[in-house]
Design a protein around this ligand. Structure first.
Ligand SMILES: [Zn+2]
Ligand SMILES: [Zn+2]
Length: 348
């Protein structure tokens, strides 16, 4: 079968190669024919910045991808709730023990044996993937495969906006970054009834325009405007209640601290690079007694919420799909530049 793989450590080394189809091994395994697999910021970091997992080196060659949708073609003998023909996606973690505290608490990412697909073990940018039943979710009938491939980033945004951050209907919220996660966090934050504004640079005008179409109350350009001053002016000098950083750029996080009010929340959704970063405005954050918090990935419980809200049309994911590429064109898919590049989907 065809698979998009990272062939070696370092920058680049992505190719579409022929590898054997994965087979059902564990009794609760299901085999899925992949329809679409999105390119995540993590995939981009792996290919274009040589990102390595924190626990062990990248197991090269490794098949990339964790944001996918597909159709079940085979199930193991112990599989109970999934049948051949079901349209599904998975939680992106495999090999979890199901018994440790993290697993029982629904934070499978904390399980010592769990591995992230497409990063610590083979992923979904392939014609087929085998995954265990317990962390597999059915797509509602009215959800397309394209939308199904965007459930994972939606779950990330849902976890950040509705589970890790407390937003009230009278709050004002800033989202830094109009990429796929920023546009999704904005939509989830809007569901609380708060006013939500999105910040990006003028080169991303098209994405900021899309943010408005998707419900943002307003946008700011971080190069043509003094965003901190504008936001303080807008809030009578007080600052906003909540800021989400969806950029992982320390300058943006420092701006978030300056724009957020006394006692407010700054939620970091962007993944820091391996070298980390230093924040210049920590003293100000400290003196404002802000809650600086991280929102990483999702919990098991996040998935049904994200799926339901997409199916109900309250979270719009289809407009985020900006480009589609065949597996064979993976090098181009990982390297092209376009100011309207939002979510790139790969298809076999
Ligand atoms: Zn992702
Ligand atoms: Zn476990």
């Amino acid at each position: 079968m065809k698979a998009v793989r990272k062939m070696d450590h370092g920058i680049g080394f992505v190719s579409c190669v022929d590898i054997p189809e994965p087979q059902i091994v564990r009794p609760d395994d299901i085999k899925i024919k992949v329809e679409y697999c999105g390119i995540c910021g993590t995939d981009d970091h792996i290919v274009n910045h040589g990102l390595e997992p924190p626990r062990a080196p990248l197991p090269v060659p490794v098949t990339l991808g964790h944001e996918f949708s597909g159709t079940v073609v085979e199930v193991g003998p112990a599989v109970k709730n999934i049948k051949v023909g079901d349209r599904v996606t998975t939680g992106g973690l495999t090999g979890f023990c199901g018994r440790c505290y993290a697993c029982i608490a629904g934070s499978i990412g904390g399980c010592a044996t769990a591995k992230s697909i497409g990063y610590e073990t083979d992923g979904a940018m392939a014609e087929y993937i085998v995954h265990e039943e317990p962390y597999t979710f059915k797509l509602p009938d009215n959800m397309s495969f394209e939308e199904g491939a965007l459930i994972e980033p939606s779950a990330v945004a849902c976890h950040a906006a509705l589970e890790m951050t407390h937003i009230s209907p009278t709050d004002t919220v800033i989202v830094m970054g109009a990429g796929p996660i920023g546009l999704l966090v904005m939509q989830f934050a809007k569901l609380t009834g708060a006013k939500v504004f999105v910040v990006d640079v003028s080169a991303s005008k098209g994405k900021l325009e899309l943010a408005k179409q998707l419900g943002a109350d307003g946008v700011f350009e971080n190069d043509t405007q003094n965003v901190v001053m504008e936001v303080l002016k807008m809030t009578g000098g007080r600052g906003v209640n909540v800021t989400f950083d969806c950029t992982s750029n320390p300058t943006c996080i420092d701006q978030a601290i300056l724009m957020t009010c006394f006692g407010g929340q700054v939620t970091m959704v962007g993944t820091p690079g391996p070298e980390g970063y230093q924040l210049k405005r920590m003293l100000i954050s400290f003196m404002k007694e802000q809650k600086l918090q991280n929102a990483f990935a999702h919990r098991v419980s996040t998935w049904p919420k994200a799926i339901r809200l997409i199916a109900e049309g309250k979270i719009k994911v289809a407009p985020l799909v900006s480009h589609k590429f065949k597996f064979e064109d993976c090098e181009k898919a990982f390297s092209f530049r376009d100011p309207m590049k939002i979510k790139v989907l790969m298809e076999p």
